[in-house]
Write a protein that binds this ligand. Structure first.
Ligand code: GRF
Length: 208
C-alpha cells in the first residue's frame, strides 16, 4: 500500500483526479492519508472532507516566521508517515528540509512542458499567459520529482496539448488540466505505487 499525503492550495481538481483514479482502480494499492493546505479556504479541502480524508491547514497567517512555518509544514506531513508527498495545485515553496526528508519522494504537477515556462514566477495562469505571449503551438503538463530547485527535479511524465487560435489563458489552462494534468498525475502515482519508477544520474526511468 502506497501511503500518500497531498498538498493543495486551490480548487483541488488534480486531487479530485487522484481520488477518482483510486476509485476507478487506475491507481493501484494507494491510500490518501491526508490533504494539507496553506490556504484554509481551498476548495480542495472540501473535496477531501467529503471523502472522510483528514485535512490540515498550515498558514503563513498563523506562522509568519519562515523557518517556523517550514518546520510546521514538514511536521504536519510527517505526522502521516507518507511514502510519497504529492503537490497537486500546491503554491507553497517546498522547504529544503522537506526535500531532505523525502528525497525523490515528492512529486509535483506543472502546467507546462518543463523546461519551458517554468521556474520562479511561472505558476497557475501565469504559465499559460507566457505560452500565449510567446506564440508556441504546443504546450502541456509535466509530473516531476521535487528537488531543491524550482521545477528542476527529474521528469517522470509529460503530455502535450495543442494551443488553439483564440485561446485565452483560462481556456488553455482548462484544456491542459483536462487533457494532460488529470491524466498524467494519476498515472505517475500508479507507476510509483507499482515500483516502476527509478531515479539514476538525475533522470527518472520508467520500466513498465
Ligand atoms: C493547475 O493549473 C495546476 O497545474 C497548478 O494549479 C492549478 C490548479 O490546480 N499547479 P488544482 O485545480 O488546485 O489541482
Amino acid at each position: 500500500m502506497l501511503k500518500i499525503v497531498v498538498l493543495v492550495s486551490g480548487g483541488g481538481t488534480n486531487l479530485q483526479a487522484i481520488l477518482d483514479a483510486i476509485d476507478d482502480g487506475k491507481i493501484t494499492d494507494t491510500r490518501v492519508e491526508a490533504v494539507i493546505s496553506n490556504n484554509s479556504g481551498a476548495y480542495a479541502l472540501e473535496r477531501a472532507a467529503k471523502r472522510g480524508i483528514p485535512t490540515e491547514t498550515v498558514t503563513r497567517k498563523a506562522i509568519s516566521d519562515r523557518d517556523a512555518y517550514d518546520r510546521a509544514l514538514l511536521a504536519a506531513v510527517q505526522r502521516y508517515s507518507p511514502d510519497l508527498v504529492v503537490l497537486a495545485g500546491c503554491l507553497v515553496v517546498i522547504p529544503e528540509i522537506m526535500v531532505d526528508a523525502f528525497p525523490n519522494r515528492i512529486i509535483n504537477i506543472h502546467p507546462a512542458l518543463i523546461p519551458a515556462f517554468c521556474g520562479t514566477g511561472y505558476y497557475g495562469l501565469k504559465v499559460h499567459e507566457g505560452v500565449l505571449a510567446r506564440g508556441v503551438k504546443v504546450t502541456g503538463a509535466t509530473v516531476h520529482f521535487v528537488d531543491k530547485g524550482t521545477d528542476t527535479g527529474p521528469i517522470i511524465l509529460q503530455k502535450a496539448v495543442a494551443v488553439q487560435e483564440g485561446d485565452t489563458p483560462e481556456i488553455l489552462q482548462r484544456r491542459v488540466m483536462e487533457q494532460a494534468e488529470w491524466e498524467i498525475m494519476p498515472r505517475a502515482i500508479d507507476l510509483i505505487a507499482r515500483g516502476k519508477v527509478t531515479v539514476a544520474d538525475g533522470l527518472a526511468h520508467i520500466r513498465e
